[in-house]
Design a protein. Structure first.
Length: 66
């Protein structure tokens, strides 16, 4: 009986890190928009959150194929 694949033990860790990246991006965007009233900080946070979500989705798709 074959054992688990090599990448299987890292999959939850990568997923958690990408989710944390997304949450941090949302927090930075909210802080920049509401607390600091700085559009540049809000835009950077929104960009970070968008990248985090897109990488999370692509990672899930690639992990399902592999």
């Amino acid at each position: 009986m074959p054992g688990p694949r090599r990448g299987d033990e890292r999959r939850p860790i990568v997923t958690i890190l990408l989710a944390v990246d997304t949450v941090l991006g949302l927090a930075i965007a909210a802080a920049g928009y509401f607390l600091l009233e700085n559009d540049a900080v809000a835009l950077v946070g929104a960009g970070l959150a968008t990248l985090g979500v897109s990488m999370l989705l692509f990672y899930q798709i690639i992990a399902q194929r592999g």
